[in-house]
Design a binder for this molecule. Structure first.
Ligand code: 13P
Length: 251
């Protein structure tokens, strides 16, 4: 039985005061909850240290939203794996569709970042997903296969123990249009089969695959009850403590 993992991607939201308020509400709300799922928050870089100290002793774990693959040096505006570790991060989101589509990240760059995260001791949340155009032209599987195989290129089966894959159809992100549980389950199953073909059936059975794209408290339960959906990567609904906790309760 795989564990359930609920992660909140804050994106470019919340200054220090707002971060403190949201985290305090989460800790207060979750303190009373009995939950057996793993809970991760991914605030912006500027709030990571504060978040790390606020969540200490709670069930919440910390992740970042991006990093660069080089150790250090003249890379203005970038953040390294060691900086994230020293800020208290355990996870890092890599290959998010907003990084791919707004900032032009390629499969090759994402692969380098995944390798660096793993060799540094960070756990990647590796995102894949097709655009609406790609879905409508019937190439969803082809796109997902390319993203998964190129992103995981050169990794070992053991590496997969510390990777979470997040399937986020681009057309469902921030649009209020969720993939139906069947649509999501179909792609999750396809991804699990890809892992089985490239690595092993044992690796495929173990790997956590989250769904992301307009997950809300009222659709979370049905999505999360699908056989191959092991959690959620939540955007908009993680910015309010009540709705993020609602999703955690659904899991
Ligand atoms: P929304 O939940 O706002 O659609 O965002 C999903 C997402 O991109 C999480 O990484």
């Amino acid at each position: 039985m795989r564990r359930k993992v609920i992660a909140g991607n804050w994106k470019m939201n919340n200054n220090l005061t707002e971060s403190q308020n949201l985290i305090s509400k989460l800790i207060e709300g979750l303190g009373k909850e009995k939950t057996n799922c793993e809970v991760i928050i991914c605030p912006p870089f500027t709030s990571l240290s504060l978040a790390a100290s606020l969540i200490s002793g709670s069930i919440i774990k910390l992740g970042a939203q991006n990093m660069y693959f080089e150790e250090n040096g003249a890379y203005t505006g970038e953040i390294s794996a060691s900086m994230l570790l020293s800020s208290g991060c355990e996870y890092v989101i890599l290959g998010h569709s907003e990084r791919r589509h707004i900032f032009g990240e390629t499969d090759d760059l994402i692969n380098k970042k995944i390798k660096k995260a793993l060799s540094s001791g960070l756990k990647p949340i590796f995102c894949v997903g097709e655009t609406l155009d790609e879905r409508e032209s019937g190439v969803t599987n082809e796109i997902i296969k390319r993203q998964v195989y190129e992103g995981l290129n050169g990794l070992s089966e053991k590496d997969l123990d510390t990777i979470i894959i997040a399937y986020e159809p681009v057309w469902a992100i921030g649009t209020g249009k969720t993939a139906t549980p069947n649509q999501a389950q179909e792609v999750h199953n396809f991804i699990r089969n890809l892992i089985s073909d490239k690595f092993s059936s044992a690796a495929a059975e173990k790997i956590i695959i989250q769904y992301g794209g307009s997950v809300k408290p009222d659709n979370a339960k049905e999505l999360l009850s699908q056989k191959d959906i092991d959690g959620a990567l939540v955007g908009g609904a993680c910015l309010k403590a009540e709705s993020f906790i609602g999703i955690i309760q659904a899991a």
